[in-house]
Design a protein around this ligand. Structure first.
Ligand SMILES: Nc1ncnc2c1ncn2[C@@H]1O[C@H](COP(=O)(O)OP(=O)(O)OP(=O)(O)O)[C@@H](O)[C@H]1O
Length: 722
């Protein structure tokens, strides 16, 4: 008779969800005891929602009990040196928990690599399991398989490394009876080989083949015995009837104190099925069993082994991430093409002067001339200055010159007869504004310039009256600016024609050569640094949060963790790969902005690149933060959108922060884009170096955001109740 220690011991386990005294409080496991000896199949039966999955996830160390103890393969799950997580356990969760972009073969190899299997062995096992479980062809993608096929691949992934303990949550759901039978036969063979199997199922009938059955209801084990003993004890023909009887009895019974346990042979059970039920140990013997470390010490790994396993896990997660990324067209497009599309969209759409702007023009001066409005179209008919004698200059039809200068600035006149008609055209939205010249415009202007002191009506007549549609801020400002420039060139032309100093009647404010930048400021140069920063931050945040939440929701993260992958390893791989993507994004965006669209590059491009790269890393950390605090994609998108908008609105690229209230300005300055955008602009436009406060402040803010988000993530992961 082979002698085995218990594989799993659960002692007075209690677990609840929610918070006590709150409506969401839900006790799931209630003072539950359970023993799974080595070399047996343990069938865990119970209705939906009775706590089977919760119990299994506590056994594999993914959830913590609120009270009680669990010992698996001689140690506590999750503790250093215990068998769980790690290759000694094969875990098939209820959800498929496989990456959709995996092929069937990839899925099996992924877990094989995590368990440190040799390539040759993995190939052999894959072929064996493919035949056993009738798996689809190795090259099929998981996401294209039916539910039943996915389930079989998931089972194969749990079996690939021939573990000592198999924990299978409903592996046979949806499978045809022949295949179910074959799986049970295989599990029986594993048990004969010394492995222990815990299996949950809804098919009570199939658990006849288990060595021991635990009947779970409302978080309590109603009974734990061999199928034969259960039938005998409850005098039933079927396990369903036995379960029904127990369920009816449950309310009348005091809490179960292991009615089936005997005090004989506490530590030993035979490795063959029939005698298993007679040899359970007493509850009092749990500590003896569980404190036994012989199983552990035998399997203790050398540092060399640990290193090899860790490398193998890194390799597995690395290959997984590459496969996930490369086979996901959306992810590829989002990461590589989106920065290009967004930069091109920005430079194509922003900063260009509005075109085809038509203004209604009422030119009474021309209308009342002998040639009517046609006078402005015919240069031979429009003598603008006449009789230049001594100090006087007789000017004529200057409105035509004004209109000519206006057209040069892309403001096109549409003639109207009266001011009322012109204003109606603006009011109905057909035109952007209306302009009126008085009948005596040139005469009045000539007198105003020559005499200085003139009557009010001469001042009125020499003025150009403009009515604008001011609802479009950008366009109305553009028209105003262009009309001012029109006035400048018009008066210059007139003064030259009259032989006066060209600047005689210019506004007496002179803008000299700018200290920084160009005389004609480019809005694109101003906005580009902020836009590049928001793009790289946003993309990294969204990609990271989406990948992390997908892995978590699909159960891949949890399953990998049970297989032995450490959170640190997962994160390191993600950070490495994401950093490469961010680097690529930085290079492509900078190439487009500097070489393609010629934004100024007065300072060091390396400094620009490093700041952009760090902003990408900051976005990635923000994405991590979203993924750990948000339970779903929807939630993460809500928070992402809700936070990105204020960040963009307050960062000063849409409106200067100098226009904000003092309190808001301080808030804006703490956001991740505000100061870094200015730093980047100072480098590109002013050529500022990293030693200047305006530049290194941007770096400090970015690094502070990285550190704070990482700290919040760490806090959340530490405090999270599992
Ligand atoms: N994360 C959670 N938060 C709150 N309640 C939960 C959570 N997970 C499970 N529950 C609840 O705990 C109870 C037990 O769930 P569990 O998944 O363990 O049941 P189960 O026996 O595996 O059911 P099934 O056979 O349908 O899978 C259910 O009522 C479930 O709604």
């Amino acid at each position: 008779m082979a002698v085995y220690s218990a594989a799993v011991v659960v002692e007075r386990a209690s677990k609840f969800y929610g918070r006590p005294n709150k409506p969401d409080f839900k006790p799931v496991l209630k003072d539950l005891d359970m023993v799974v000896e080595r070399g047996i199949i343990y069938g865990l039966l119970g209705p939906s929602g009775c706590g089977k999955t919760t119990l299994l996830s506590c056994i594999v160390g993914r959830r913590k009990l609120d009270s009680g103890n669990i010992y698996v393969l001689g140690g506590r799950p999750g503790e250093k040196g215990s068998g769980v997580p790690g290759p000694r356990v094969g875990y098939m969760p209820q959800d498929i928990a496989l990456v959709g972009e995996f092929t069937v073969r990839d899925a099996i190899y992924y877990f094989g690599r995590i368990y440190g299997m040799e390539q040759k062995k993995m190939v052999e096992r894959f072929e064996f399991l493919r035949t056993l479980l009738e798996l689809p062809s190795g090259g099929r993608l998981i996401k294209t398989l039916s539910g039943g096929q996915q389930r079989r691949v998931s089972l194969a992934a749990a079996l690939v490394h021939e573990p000592e303990l198999l924990i299978l949550d409903e592996p046979t759901v949806g499978l045809d009876p022949v295949l179910r039978e074959r799986i049970w036969d295989f599990l029986a063979e594993c048990a004969r080989g010394g492995a222990s199997v815990i299996i949950t199922t809804h098919y009570i009938d199939e658990t006849k083949q288990a060595h021991k059955i635990g009947l779970l209801r409302d978080g309590q084990l109603l009974a734990e015995d061999s199928p034969e003993e259960l039938l005998r004890k409850f005098d039933c023909d079927t396990l369903e009837d036995a379960f029904l009887k127990l369920a009816l009895l449950q309310h009348d019974m005091p809490p179960r104190r292991r009615p089936t346990l005997t005090s004989s042979s506490p530590d030993v059970i035979p490795n063959s099925a029939p005698g298993v039920d007679n040899l359970y140990h007493s509850r009092d013997d749990f500590p003896t069993i569980t404190s036994s470390t012989d199983v552990l010490t035998k399997k203790e790994k050398s540092p060399k082994d640990s290193k090899r396993l860790s490398q193998s896990r890194y390799k597995a997660v690395f290959i997984k991430s590459i496969q996930q990324f490369s086979r996901h067209p959306g992810g590829l497009i989002f990461s590589i093409l989106f920065p290009i599309i967004q930069v091109v969209a920005f430079f194509s759409a922003v900063g260009h002067d509005p075109r085809d702007l038509h203004l209604a023009v009422v030119n009474d001066e021309a209308s009342f001339s002998p040639y009517g409005l046609a006078i402005c179209r015919n240069s031979s008919l429009q003598p603008a200055t006449q009789n230049f004698k001594d100090d006087t200059c007789d000017v004529y039809m200057l409105s035509c010159w004004f209109l000519e200068e206006m057209e040069k600035r892309k403001l096109y006149p549409t003639p109207y007869n009266t001011s009322e008609e012109a204003k109606t055209a603006v009011a109905t939205g057909r035109l952007y504004g209306a302009i009126r010249f008085s009948r005596n415009f040139s005469y009045a202007l000539g007198r105003r310039v020559a005499e200085g002191e003139v009557e009010d009506d001469i001042v009125d007549d020499s003025s150009v009256n403009v009515w604008l549609d001011m609802t479009n801020h950008q366009i109305s400002n553009f028209i105003k600016t262009q009309l001012h420039k029109t006035y400048e060139s018009f008066t210059r032309r007139t003064m030259i024609a009259c032989g006066r100093h060209e600047n005689l009647i210019q506004i007496p404010v002179h803008f000299q050569k700018p200290v920084y930048g160009k005389s004609e400021p480019q809005i694109t140069s101003f906005m580009a640094p902020g836009i590049l920063i928001t793009i790289i931050f946003f993309l990294s945040a969204v990609v990271t949060s989406t990948l992390m939440i997908t892995d978590r929701l699909e159960g891949v993260w949890e399953r990998s963790a049970v297989a032995g992958v450490k959170p640190r390893e997962m994160l390191n791989v993600h950070i490495t790969l994401q950093s490469v993507v961010i680097l690529l994004q930085t290079v492509e965006m900078m190439a487009l902005a500097f070489a393609g669209y010629g934004i100024p590059s007065e300072g060091s491009k390396l400094v620009c690149g490093i700041l952009l790269f760090l902003q990408g890393i900051c976005g990635m950390c923000y994405g991590f933060l979203l993924s750990v605090y948000c339970s779903s994609h929807t939630m993460s998108f809500f928070v992402a959108t809700g936070s990105f908008y204020p960040m963009i609105l307050l960062c000063g690229i849409l409106w200067p922060i100098e226009g904000m209230s003092t309190g808001l300005r301080y808030i804006a300055l703490t956001l991740p884009f505000t100061i870094p955008s200015k730093s980047l602009r100072d480098v590109t436009e002013k050529g500022a170096s990293i030693t200047e406060p305006s530049v290194y402040h941007g770096f400090l803010v970015t690094i502070a955001w990285i550190v704070i988000t990482l700290a919040l993530i760490y806090l959340r992961l530490r405090l999270k109740k599992t």
